[in-house]
Write a protein that binds this ligand. Structure first.
Ligand SMILES: [Zn+2]
Length: 381
């Protein structure tokens, strides 16, 4: 298969099983926008565009531990059962929601013990109140990771040069040890590590989600073999992840110079976004990466409720042409954010169908998409 053919879609119906329903933001229960229908609308758009669908295969815990702490994997796989056993569902809370966060500032020099109770343990691993765990969440989280890992398997084995993983829930906010931002396991980081273990000595991640992928950045911050580049709304303007994602973060130690953050002002559109994507592609070439992972969030689109960026359908098509067509590396594309159900499917299709841009964007008036959001912190993606 060459890069211009519709690339295969790795997916699993099990990703639909995670139903966060609501998220707690500044103490307020809000309807969740990380809905199972996100998968359904993307699936419909990509089937219509002729992409072949491939069922994701199961991977072991060992595969998850190539990126994540064993304690995090164990916590995610067991926390809901412990929540039920602890009586919290009977109390009226049927989702795991942390209330206590033992931060480094709280602890000072005192080493913490295990919390010993699940309602306290939750905040040792989850860094916000929005990323809840429900009855079938773990199965979906795991299936989402399997989509990314299976995509990497296919690329490593040469069965396809490029593949798209229809991951849900998303993953780029998850660090080695902690989850948040509606993410639980870092699918992009797992794919990156799998490409390295499959023989690629230098791998790049380009993250075009509207929000900085703080988890992926942190995981690879000190690694010279992984380039991480992100274009995103400026966290300093009040957007998640708030305290990281700045241009001054360039990697450290052996990884000095391998992180590139390109924050955009709220309201930025195709011009600034595509300039950023092209600069990141230049960084990938300079790094000498022989394989690529794309964190494809389409929440920078003008209609998306979760960011103030104003990228159009044509903007996403051009971004896809740059990173899939021009770079033309063995590539795993991983789905991250994107929450406007009426346009979500065609935004993803436009990015992936870079070789048929004209067809992909016909009939759309980019200037009509959405209105600018105020620069305050909405629920993060
Ligand atoms: Zn996002």
């Amino acid at each position: 298969m060459n890069a211009k053919s519709p690339i295969p879609v790795l997916w699993s119906e099990t990703t639909l099983a995670h139903r966060p329903d609501r998220e707690v933001w500044i103490g307020m229960p809000l309807d969740s926008s990380e809905l199972p229908q996100r998968v359904t609308v993307i699936e419909q758009a990509l089937r219509s565009a002729g992409h072949p669908f491939v069922e994701a295969t199961a991977h072991t815990d060992a595969a998850l531990r190539t990126v994540h702490a064993p304690e995090l994997v164990r916590h995610l796989s067991t926390v809901y059962g412990a929540w039920v056993d602890g009586g919290f569902v009977d109390l009226g809370q049927d989702r795991v929601v942390p209330y206590f966060f033992p931060t480094a500032a709280m602890l000072g020099p005192i080493p913490p013990t295990d919390a010993g109770s699940v309602h306290a343990t939750a905040g040792q691993f989850c860094y916000d109140t929005m990323t809840t765990v429900g009855p079938c969440s773990w199965e979906a989280i795991r299936a989402s990771a399997d989509c990314a890992l299976t995509a990497a398997d296919l690329v490593v084995s040469g069965q396809t040069r490029q593949a798209y993983a229809l991951c849900r829930p998303p993953g780029h906010h998850v660090t080695r040890d902690a989850y948040g931002g509606s993410c639980y396991l870092n699918n992009a980081a797992l794919a990156t590590q799998a490409l390295i273990e499959g023989g690629h000595e230098h791998v790049a991640v380009i993250d075009v989600d509207a929000h900085h992928g703080n988890g992926t950045a942190a995981i690879f911050y000190e690694r010279p073999d992984v380039f991480y580049g992100s274009v995103h709304v400026d966290p300093g303007a009040g957007w998640f992840p708030h305290v990281v994602g700045h241009a001054s973060e360039t990697g450290s130690g052996a990884g000095a110079g391998t992180t590139v953050n390109l924050p955009l002002a709220p309201g930025s559109g195709d011009g600034a976004f595509l300039d950023g994507v092209r600069r990141l592609a230049g960084g990938v070439r300079q790094h000498g990466s022989t394989a690529l992972v794309v964190s494809l969030g389409v929440d920078a689109a003008a209609d998306d409720p979760e960011s103030p960026l104003q990228v159009t359908l044509d903007g996403y098509a051009q971004a896809g042409a740059c990173v899939l067509g021009d770079l033309d590396l063995p590539t795993v594309v991983v789905q991250e954010g994107g929450y406007h159900l009426p346009t979500l499917g065609r935004l993803v299709a436009a990015f992936l169908s870079a070789s048929s841009i004209t067809e992909a964007v016909s009939g759309v008036t980019p200037g009509s998409m959405g209105s600018q959001r105020p620069s305050v912190s909405f629920p993060p993606r």
